[in-house]
Structure formats: C-alpha cells, structure tokens
Design a binder for this molecule. Structure first.
Ligand code: PLP
Length: 386
C-alpha cells in the first residue's frame, strides 16, 4: 500500500499478509508437479496437504473434506448444482432457495436453471426472514428432488451476521442441504462447521490476507459431493481437476493460520475503531444512516448512507483525499451499481451507501483521518432536491 494512502476496503480484499507472501515465494521456487510420484512432486503434494489441514482447522473441519478451488465464486458454482452423488447413488436437488442479500457468486444460482432459484427475503434489520424460509421449504415439492438453501454467515456490505445455525435446523427438518458462504466471516468470527449445521462452507483466501484466486469448498462429510464443475486429470479427488496452484494454496494456508489466531482480541480492537468512526460521522452529520446498527454485525464493517450524497460521488471524494473505501460490493465493471442488499432491506437503493471496512493493521489515526474527511465531504453535499 502506498504510504500516503489509507486502505479501508478490507471486505473487498485484505492486503496480502507478509507471512502469506513469504510462503508463496518459498513454494513458487519448488519445481515439480504435485501429481508426480517423484521426490519433487511428492514435496509439492506435502505442501498442498499441509495447506488443506490449515484451512480445515480454521473452520473446525476435517482436512479430507476440503476441496481447493480458484476462489469462492468457483466453490459456489461447484456446489450450487442440482446434481449430487451420495456414495454410489445420484441425489437430485430440485430447487435452490438463496437469501436476497447473498453475494452475486451465489445469488446467480450456480448451475441451477433460473426457474429453479427462489429468493428468501430479509427483514428490515438486514437479517434473513426465517419464517419465510420455513414457509418456502414447507411448500417445496419434494417429488422432483430435495431443496438446497444458500445463506451467508455475514454480509459483505453491511457486515450483518445471519442466523445460520437456526436456518440449518429448519433446512434439516425439511430434508434439505444448506450451503454457507463464510467468506466475510472467516477470521472475524470463530467458526465451527458442526455448530453451524452447514452441509457445505465456502471460503476465499484473499479476504483473509492470502492471495486472490484461491478458495475452498468444505463439505460436512465425504459421502455427499456435487458433480464436478471442472473435469480432467482428477486432482482434488476428481472434484476440481487441473494442476494445483501450490504456491497460492501455501499463501492461503499462512493466511488461514493467521486468521485463526486472536480472533476475539482482533475483534474487540476493530469494534473500538468502527464505533469511534460511527460516533464521529454521526457527530459530523446527525442525519447519517448507519445500516444494521442494531443487528449483530462484523466488528470491522460500517455501511452508511448520507442523504444527498451519491455513492459514486462519496467514493470518489474519499479516493481523492487518499482513502480507499467502497460503495458496497466491489463491482467487476468498476462502476458503482445499486445495492441489492439495501433494496432487500426495504431502502430505496438510489439512497446510495458507502462501506468502510477495516482490518488488523488499521490504526486509530487512520480512522480519525477518515472521520475528518467524512465531515469535510458532508459539509459540502447539496441539500436534497437541488
Ligand atoms: N462471497 C462473498 C460474501 C464475498 O464478499 C465475495 C467476494 O467479494 C465472494 C463470495 C467471492 O469471492 P472470490 O473473490 O474468492 O470469488
């Protein structure tokens, strides 16, 4: 990060951890193909299996149940499919119920036809509506197959934590499967896969300080697995073919080990900074709306709207002042789209919002600078209607 910049967009991606970089460089220099039986190949295989254990331990899973992918989006596309194998038998999933605030990686429905995807609404608090989920599953026609539910553990825009364990109980009672996107929660909340009741968890390396382009699908067991998305040489037990990116996985592992350590301590420090920021911006502009303020949120995230300030204008104004934050989710086009999360919570998406997300190296000084810049921007916004 350039010295004169303040990076407050950790939910888009976390800066690469020095330990992850070191591990990547070490493994990058190892020659050989992890699939080869000679010494060089076996050494790389050993690195991959060590990475698998590190990633599994971050979420309290068994290493044997971790399938590495090229990121969370790929993991989502692998698991969101009507076609599963349960031991030797095929298992059919006939419908996907996806929360209205999911990341597009899941909201797009993976390999399900659009007609087989239904949204689960959220309450104005930003929390998924469990009675609506219950009603949808109650009405599910089981003659064609079982239902699948996709629900994130924490939302990437608001940071609002979702009642995954309660949802999982409802899903299990209806004989369905639940896929949990834990991308934003990893390293920010302690995660025990069994306590969540998740059938599958989705993880991403770059949100926890590992490299971009690495992720994992973690399964509850070995028996039930989706039909492979990428076929070929049979790597990753046939669930994800292609020569493994061992260096990226070593970086992912280093980030996973760091993410698992001191979660509670980090969380308290982040909450202190986030609360200071929110108190500061409210002081500067009492009409600021802080989304999800009264819901359980990740301690690093603040998602706020300032009436009269468009997301794009706000984001550019902060950028010019040396601060990287974002207008909700990072959009591939670089444009600021309307937030489907705000719409799902019942707000006019045209209201616009900005997301400040901090991380382990953020300082109080940076937070105070961001607050002062907010006050400057708020002071020059146009009154509504002009
Ligand atoms: N899920 C959530 C909640 C995210 O925030 C993101 C990234 O923005 C993804 C999934 C996709 O992750 P990846 O970039 O590894 O494909």
């Amino acid at each position: 990060m350039a010295k004169n910049r303040i990076y407050l967009d950790w939910n888009a991606t976390a800066p690469l951890l020095p330990a992850a970089r070191e591990e990547m460089l070490r493994v990058l220099d190892m020659d050989g193909n992890p699939g080869s039986v000679h010494k060089e190949g076996r050494a790389l295989k050993t690195e991959i299996e060590a990475a698998r254990r590190a990633v599994a331990s971050l979420v309290g899973a068994s290493a044997a149940h971790v399938t590495f992918t090229g990121g969370a989006t790929e993991a989502a596309n692998l698991v969101l499919t009507p076609d599963f194998q349960m031991g030797r038998s095929a298992l059919s999933v006939s419908h996907l119920y996806v929360s209205a605030i999911e990341h597009p990686a899941l909201r797009e429905g993976g390999r399900f036809p659009k007609t087989c995807v239904t949204e689960i609404p959220v309450l104005s608090s930003g929390v998924v509506d469990l009675s609506a989920l219950e009603a949808l599953l109650h009405a599910h026609d089981r003659s064609a197959g079982i239902p699948m539910v996709a629900l994130m553990l924490a939302n990437n825009e608001t940071g609002i934590v979702q009642p995954v364990a309660d949802a999982a109980k409802i899903v299990a009672a209806h004989g369905g499967l639940i896929v949990v996107d834990a991308v934003q929660a990893t390293g920010r909340l302690p995660i025990a896969m069994a306590d969540l009741g998740a059938d599958f968890l989705i993880l991403s390396s770059h949100k926890i300080g590992g490299p971009k382009g690495a992720g994992a699908l973690v399964a509850k067991g070995e028996v039930l697995m989706p039909k492979p998305l990428i076929r070929g040489g049979g790597q990753e037990k046939g669930y994800r073919s292609g020569t493994e990116n061992a260096a990226a996985l070593a970086g992912f592992a280093a980030a996973a080990l760091a993410a698992a350590a001191d979660i509670d301590k980090r969380s308290v420090m982040m909450a202190e900074m986030r609360d200071r920021f929110e108190a500061g911006i409210r002081d500067a502009a009492p009409d600021v709306i802080i989304h999800g303020e009264s819901s359980q949120r990740l301690s690093n995230t603040s998602f706020f709207s300032l009436p009269g300030l468009k997301s794009e204008t706000g984001q550019i104004a902060f950028d010019i002042e040396g601060i990287a934050l974002s207008a909700g989710a990072a959009c591939s086009s670089g444009k600021v789209g309307e937030s489907h999360v705000l719409s799902a919570m019942g707000f006019d998406p045209k209201l616009g919002a900005l997301r400040m997300s901090l991380g382990s190296t953020t300082t109080l000084n940076e937070i105070d600078t961001a607050t002062a810049i907010f006050a400057k921007i708020a002071g020059r916004r146009k009154p509504l209607g002009e």
